[in-house]
Design a protein around this ligand. Sequence first.
Ligand SMILES: NC(=O)c1ccc[n+]([C@@H]2O[C@H](COP(=O)([O-])OP(=O)(O)OC[C@H]3O[C@@H](n4cnc5c(N)ncnc54)[C@H](O)[C@@H]3O)[C@@H](O)[C@H]2O)c1
Length: 258
Amino acid sequence: MFRLDGKTALITGAGSGIGREIALLFGKQGATVAIGDVNDQSERAVANEIIAAGGTAMAVPLDVTDLGSAETAVRDIVGSTGRLDILVNNAGIGLVGNLTETAPQDFARLIAVNVYGVYHCAQAAVNQMLQQEPKGGAIVNIASIAGQVAVARRFAYGATKGAVISMTQSIAMDYIDQGIRCNCICPGTVETPFVEAYLQKYHAGEIEETRKQLHARQPLGRMGRPEEIAPLALYLASDDAGYVTGSQMVIDGGLTAR
Ligand SMILES: NC(=O)c1ccc[n+]([C@@H]2O[C@H](COP(=O)([O-])OP(=O)(O)OC[C@H]3O[C@@H](n4cnc5c(N)ncnc54)[C@H](O)[C@@H]3O)[C@@H](O)[C@H]2O)c1
């Protein structure tokens, strides 16, 4: 179950955190994995980890804010494997602030990475998925519960993740007859370098105390782990999820059930 043998997957932002864990699992389950990240060093390290474990992987330079970069990445992957079956739009950045605290340049940067990033990579991938034989593929977008419900002082972040959920539904419906499925995952708080960066930027001097509070704030009493998100991405990307499209899958330790 949930094997990806013979499939090629591009995972954006896979040099770290959730994307890295998805890449490692996809490699283990038989996919040829393309690691796309702005950080060349970490994308190469993850590709090497997959290869060292006996899998097949390549590092592709990728800045998701640039459509040309996304198109080049897809062209390079297809040049080497012949097709692209799976895209995981995982690259994303965060920002803390309510409406009046959010500066225009910060808002623009979040839209550039989190919204344009999904648009660029999905467009490049869907163009390829429509022209290959057999046609089709699976797209998994990493959204957030912040796109579904209001999380305090995540004005810009929530807006971008709401857009990711909406793009997921549009893509799912527009290409449903062409064999392309598109779903998103909405994690709660997951302990990754993303959260570390948040702690250092906004809570320097009280990092351990704030980390404890972050754990305690979750109904399950702890933050999620990247390896608890990756299996859902694997399922959604696999043929076992053939009847699943346009869905928002929540993994949040119970947060939105409160
Ligand atoms: N960690 C959480 O609590 C959490 C919760 C919900 C959703 N998410 C989402 O999950 C995704 C991954 O988050 P993470 O916690 O693993 O983050 P992370 O910071 O550990 O990793 C993000 C990766 O994206 C890369 N990246 C950033 N900008 C890029 C760009 N322009 N082009 C290509 N790559 C780029 C970074 O280099 C990094 O390797 C993000 O979309 C994030 O919004 C995270």
